[in-house]
Design a protein around this ligand. Structure first.
Ligand SMILES: Cc1cc2nc3c(=O)[nH]c(=O)nc-3n(C[C@H](O)[C@H](O)[C@H](O)COP(=O)(O)OP(=O)(O)OC[C@H]3O[C@@H](n4cnc5c(N)ncnc54)[C@H](O)[C@@H]3O)c2cc1C
Length: 403
């Protein structure tokens, strides 16, 4: 009997998790990614959780210690650099590239079609057909929309569901281990640091790019700063030639005066330990923060997964883990349904939707703390515990809720 065919739209981590897991349960899988080149090299640091490793192992990916950098605690620094609060809490940070490359390697090259941009799809009771920008089309029994926060698949199904601007941007930048001042190594590579000033600034370590190089850890700063959507954001996304790129801008086109202002503002407002990272980051990246909540994830033979369905703000630190668990939930539902694809997708929708909603709500709550007036009753201690949290928060076991 022919194997059932899945069309996966989006070849980032969500699509790759789904493709690998569906292959393992006997599906023929093709991933259609609009970008032509390798996505690696564009990512940065990322909080990871044991649930993510479990899904990677299920795919057959070998996990060793070099995949993560472990931190012992979260530390809040004041403007002078003194520690104002420390919460002992273990956490592991990896690198987006690292997870992406492992997933790409696990998938045979013939399953991956770069440079393929989905334009639309149609479905009936038995099949779904995807139409691409180059005029070609592909047919399968299942279409997975893993095409991110601005998903084409979701827009066709629910045009009214739009990403919601959070009211702030994040600036981030990466510094190689060798460029981090020696006096800061212990702080930057064994702790997550925060400074609450004009928004929230933080630092996290990033795992080495691969498992062969011993000394290639990196460190990342993130600074969330309030920016109005109508006037300032488009201005910030305007390059030196006067061209506005909308609500995002390729990092090399960010105007030099904005980078200068970022560095000077950091100097004036942030703890010197974080200023040291801002000053040394070669190419800061600017990203407007949005979140998104879908009222449905399954539509007949079409399903949404990862950021296409729910995008939580980055404070939650769960984007990749959530995408992995969505993919696992989908594979398990397909196995359990015994061939009833629509029934499996309905079951997936019931199980995964509450998790997505929970994470989006958590991201909004953490984002609200950017405003010093809206700090939670436990103050800094509560914020430090909740940021990118795994484990238990307010008595609620987050890992269990995710899985
Ligand atoms: C290059 C890159 C780097 C990232 N780096 C980080 C990081 O350092 N830290 C972090 O926490 N998160 C990072 N993320 C986000 C993270 O991957 C997501 O938050 C989360 O893991 C969910 O992933 P996703 O696959 O659902 O969505 P996304 O990662 O957003 O991927 C969506 C994919 O769909 C493709 N796509 C979109 N529209 C179409 C279309 N019409 N046809 C075909 N393909 C389409 C996009 O090109 C993209 O590759 C990054 C994402 C990308 C794409």
């Amino acid at each position: 009997m022919d194997r059932p065919r899945a069309l996966v739209i989006g070849g980032s981590v969500g699509g790759l998790f789904a493709a690998n897991l569906l292959r393992a349960i006997g599906w023929e899988v093709t991933v259609f990614e609009r970008a032509r080149g390798d996505l690696a090299g564009r990512g940065a640091g990322l909080g990871i959780h044991e649930e993510l490793f479990a899904v990677m192992r299920r795919i057959g990916i070998r996990i060793d210690d070099s995949i993560g950098v472990e931190v012992r605690s979260r530390i809040a620094l004041d403007r002078s650099g003194s520690i104002v609060c420390e919460v002992p809490l273990r956490g592991v940070f990896s690198a987006w590239d690292r997870i992406y490359r492992a997933l790409r390697k696990a998938l045979p090259a013939q399953c991956h079609r770069p440079g393929m941009q989905l334009e639309r799809f149609e479905q009936d009771a038995w099949s779904v057909t995807a139409h691409f920008a180059d005029g070609s089309r592909a047919e399968g029994e299942l279409l997975i929309g893993a095409d991110g926060v601005r998903s084409t698949v979701r827009r066709q199904l629910m045009p009214e569901v739009e990403p919601r601007y959070a009211g702030y941007v994040d600036w981030r930048g990466v510094v190689e281990e060798g460029d981090v001042p020696a006096a800061l190594h212990d702080l930057m590579f064994h702790h997550m640091t925060f400074c609450f000033a004009e928004g929230q600034a933080a630092s996290i370590p990033i795992a080495p790019e691969d498992d062969t190089r011993q000394c290639a850890r990196r460190c990342q700063f993130v600074w969330c700063r309030p920016v109005d959507y109508e006037i300032t954001l488009p201005l910030m996304c305007t390059d030196a030639s006067g061209r506005c790129h909308g609500i995002s801008i390729p990092p090399p086109l960010i105007r030099p005066e904005l980078i200068r202002d970022l560095k000077e503002s950091a100097q004036a407002r942030l703890a010197p330990q974080i200023v040291a990272l801002v000053a040394r980051a070669a190419q800061p990246i600017l990203q407007a923060i949005f979140d998104l909540e879908s009222p449905r994830m399954a539509f007949g033979r079409v399903v949404l997964l990862g950021d296409a369905a729910f995008t939580a703000r980055p404070h939650v630190g769960m984007g990749v883990t959530k995408a992995a668990l969505d993919a696992q939930g989908l594979a398990d539902a397909l196995v359990a349904s015994g061939g009833d694809v629509a029934g499996a997708l309905a079951c997936y929708d019931r199980e995964r939707r509450p998790v997505g909603s929970l994470l989006v709500a958590r991201g909004r709550r953490l984002g609200a703390y950017l405003d010093a007036q809206r700090r939670p009753p436990g103050g800094l201690r509560t914020i430090l515990r909740e940021w990118g949290a795994a484990g238990v928060i307010d008595g609620e076991p987050i890992g269990a809720a995710l899985a």
